[in-house]
Design a protein around this ligand. Sequence first.
Ligand SMILES: NC(=O)c1ccc[n+]([C@@H]2O[C@H](COP(=O)([O-])OP(=O)(O)OC[C@H]3O[C@@H](n4cnc5c(N)ncnc54)[C@H](OP(=O)(O)O)[C@@H]3O)[C@@H](O)[C@H]2O)c1
Length: 299
Amino acid sequence: MKKKIFLAGVGGMLGEAFYLEFSKDYELYCTDKDVNEKWLHHLDFCEKDNYKFEVKKFNPDYLFHIGAFTDLEYCERHKVQTVKTNTDSVITAVEISNNLKIPLLYISTAGIFDGTKEFYDEKDLPKPIGVYASTKYEAEKYVVNNCKKYLICRAGWMMGGGPKKDKKFVQKIIKQIKEGKKELFVVNDKFGTPTYTFDFAKNTKKLLESNKYGLFNMVCEGKTSRLEVTKEIINILNLQDKIKINQVNSSYFSKTFFAERPNSENLINSELDKIGLNLMRPWKETLREYINKYYLDYI
Ligand SMILES: NC(=O)c1ccc[n+]([C@@H]2O[C@H](COP(=O)([O-])OP(=O)(O)OC[C@H]3O[C@@H](n4cnc5c(N)ncnc54)[C@H](OP(=O)(O)O)[C@@H]3O)[C@@H](O)[C@H]2O)c1
């Protein structure tokens, strides 16, 4: 008989990869407050009693708490809602996990560091610098200190979901190209480690199936910058002669992207390496796969 997983907040970019990877071998109950797929059921995980009720009813072997508010500017403007969504709901998830005696998966982020170091591994102490980062780190700490059996996987710059779901950098660049822009303005002072949703979902699956628990950085191989990612997108799309990139620093976008972001969000997967379970591929390889899979018909 297949093991059962209850997934909360899987209507977004990462959720899609989790659904596609895990549905092959597990019985899933996928939920989100935005029911944008036929495989999703409605659940607002901030509604504590409903969350508890629905998970208990499904009687799963694992609880995956995936969703969050991920728009940094929205989080800055809606602090109370963000605390409820990104921290308080995770406290509920821990309670459910402990009561039902099932492991909890929580997704954390490279964004919880202040960006003053070049690289961060699992031993480095986070120092969040904005509402999104603080609420995610509070949740991470709560899981570590209170959950009896947990897996925390930290992602970096998420790539996945395609035109329908990707709200992040790759989609923002490709959208401008689709709109016919011949000149792009790209920051040259932000560094990070891209994270392809499908590699992340596969690596999480491998960890669970190896019965490994704890805290793991889980990003693609190789550090890079927003600028280099943009150059690579243009290479992959063969648009080197058609699009000009203008380098700017972050202050150029300070009105639109007013939430402070760390200069470095580079993670190293030290713990995955240590146990020989680092399946994350080089970011350029996964970016190419991502674009070929989702964007060739879109452009
Ligand atoms: N995106 C990144 O670059 C990144 C990097 C590192 C870690 N992460 C983490 O990865 C996880 C997945 O994020 P993602 O990239 O897939 O973001 P996403 O595309 O924004 O997906 C998050 C999903 O959570 C849902 N959600 C929010 N509040 C909810 C609630 N109260 N009840 C049920 N569902 C709710 C959202 O619905 P609405 O769209 O309706 O709000 C959305 O469908 C998050 O925990 C995030 O913090 C993301």
